[in-house]
Write a protein that binds this ligand. Structure first.
Ligand code: SF4
Length: 497
């Protein structure tokens, strides 16, 4: 088994060691020297033995090049990296996963062999094995071993649940990957289980993963492990004690805390039952790139209390930015056709539409969406002085009795009053309305009824481009659904991208 790889890579020549991130760049002449030496029984040249000792603390003196180095040929195609999704199956069902239905079927072995040889011949030196979950693939070991033998630096992206498997443990410690990237789905077993949505007591992922990770320090061969993180809900009990104290100084002692299941934008979203009553909290880490949405929500709250919940307090401490709102004992609005909630939603929108935008440093609609349109005159159609919510996801509308309350003001915008009903059109379509039916509801907001057709067409075109971008960058099912809805809406309005 080779311990080093000598290979062309783009315009350079490299010597690499599997399992290590370090490498040597060598001149073309030395690459040719190794290539020639590997065909016979020539000993390792002193310059290589010396460099290997310095870089990897490995003594190779006396060994032959053929025994030590796998020398790869230059590819006429010149590729360097590739990613191979072994299959689209997974033993988890994470709430953020874009895969939808998990299909376990991958290529049969002969085709996988052929694929790996094609990748090698195309020049691929760094190969990522991913899925789905690659470690549950029944041919994972065979694929990994062949990719390694063909002289590829293999990295693996995994949820880590199968790392304690003896065969995998043995394989990865004898033929070391370039990198192992593990997705970390929670700081506690409960948080982990909730995100991964596996509840069988005997195979709780949180515990399985803990067991998997515990097996690694016991191995003599340490692996380089990178962590992948994704936005996930953090439970009240996982927050720093100093932050919880700061919250309780405003609410009184917390008796119970229930993490909100819905919504995707906040790391913390929970209902607190306290001695002083119920409170809803939402928050992000203070260094989160979107923490400004918290500040904006706090800023706009005094002006939207006639349609939304009152902000009670705002804390920024212990690395967390948290807002505390009055609790609305409602349920999420039902947007489906003939839902009795629809008139309530429209009524809330009518009330909001009559609200002049306060003098706050809010984004203007014509600026916010300017990147999707290079026609300055058309962008001017978005200009206006109404305070807009712009995110009418049904999770953001709570119905309590005969009133709809608009929550989650992360994207307030100053603009034309017909923009909010235009945003609602797409959400109604996602709930099953035909475009015409959705527009009939929107038309009950006076600003929509009076808006020039050209203005709404402009917004539909912007939405088309925006959701194309969103769904392409991160093809989660709900984003692809919104992309499909806006395509249908644009077709209904006879628009072309
Ligand atoms: S571990 Fe990865 S592939 Fe599996 S369900 Fe979670 S996100 Fe999807």
């Amino acid at each position: 088994m080779h311990e080093l790889i000598a290979s062309p890579f783009l315009d350079d020549y490299l010597v690499l060691r599997p399992g290590s991130v370090r490498g040597l760049k060598i001149p073309h002449g030395r690459y040719l020297e190794l290539r020639q030496a590997a065909t016979g029984a020539e000993p390792c040249p002193p310059w290589l033995a010396d460099a290997v000792r310095r870089h990897w603390e490995l003594d190779v003196a006396g060994r032959t090049v053929a025994d030590l180095v796998l020398v790869r040929e230059r590819s006429p195609y010149g590729y360097g990296r590739a990613s191979y999704e072994l299959n689209l199956g997974c033993n988890y069902d994470c709430e953020h996963c874009y895969l939808g239905l998990k299909r376990f079927k991958g290529l049969p072995w002969p085709e996988r062999q052929r694929l790996l040889h094609i990748l090698r011949d195309a020049g691929v030196l760094w190969l990522q094995l991913t899925g789905g979950e690659p470690l549950i693939d029944k041919l994972f070991a065979e694929v990994y071993e062949l990719a390694f033998e063909l002289g590829m630096m293999v990295s693996i992206s995994s949820n880590g649940s199968r790392l304690s498997n003896a065969r995998i443990l043995d394989l990865l410690t004898t033929r070391r990957p370039y990198r192992l990237t593990l997705s970390v789905y929670g700081a506690t077993p409960d948080g982990y289980d909730r995100l991964a949505r596996r509840r069988a007591p005997a195979s709780r992922p949180g515990r399985a993963r803990t067991r998997s990770l515990h097996c690694w320090p016991e191995t003599r061969h340490r692996l380089r492990i990178a962590r992948g993180t994704s936005m996930q809900r953090i439970d009240w009990v996982e927050l720093p004690p100093g932050l919880r104290l700061a919250v309780e100084s405003r609410t009184g002692p917390v008796l119970t805390a229930t993490t909100a299941a819905e919504g995707k934008n906040s790391e913390v979203a929970a209902f607190l039952r306290t001695v002083g009553g119920h409170v809803f909290i939402k928050g992000l880490r203070s260094d989160h790139p979107r923490v400004w949405t918290q500040e904006r929500e706090a800023m706009v709250n005094p002006y939207i209390r006639h349609v939304g919940p009152r902000l009670l307090w705002h804390v920024d401490t212990e690395g967390w930015n948290v807002l505390g709102f009055e609790h609305v004992a409602g349920r999420h609005a039902d947007y489906s056709p003939r839902s009795p909630d629809l008139p309530l939603v429209v009524h809330a929108m009518q009330r909001l539409g009559a609200t002049s935008c306060p003098e706050l440093p809010l984004k203007r609609a014509e600026e916010r969406w300017a990147c999707y349109l290079d026609d300055g005159a058309a962008l001017e159609l978005l200009r206006g002085d109404t305070l807009l919510h712009t995110d009418y996801n049904p999770m953001n509308v709570l119905v309590a009795g005969d009133t709809a309350r608009i929550v989650d003001w992360a994207w307030p915008t100053r603009g034309a009053a017909w923009i909010d009903p235009a945003c609602l059109v797409l959400r109604l379509m996602a709930a099953g309305h035909r475009p015409l039916e959705a527009e009939v509801w929107a038309a009950q907001v006076p600003a929509w009824a009076q808006a020039p057709r050209e203005a709404i067409d402009t917004f539909a075109l912007i939405s088309l481009r925006m959701w194309d971008e969103i769904a392409t960058d991160d093809p989660q099912p709900w984003k692809r659904q919104m992309q499909a809805m806006v395509q249908e809406w644009a077709a209904f309005r006879h628009l072309r991208n």
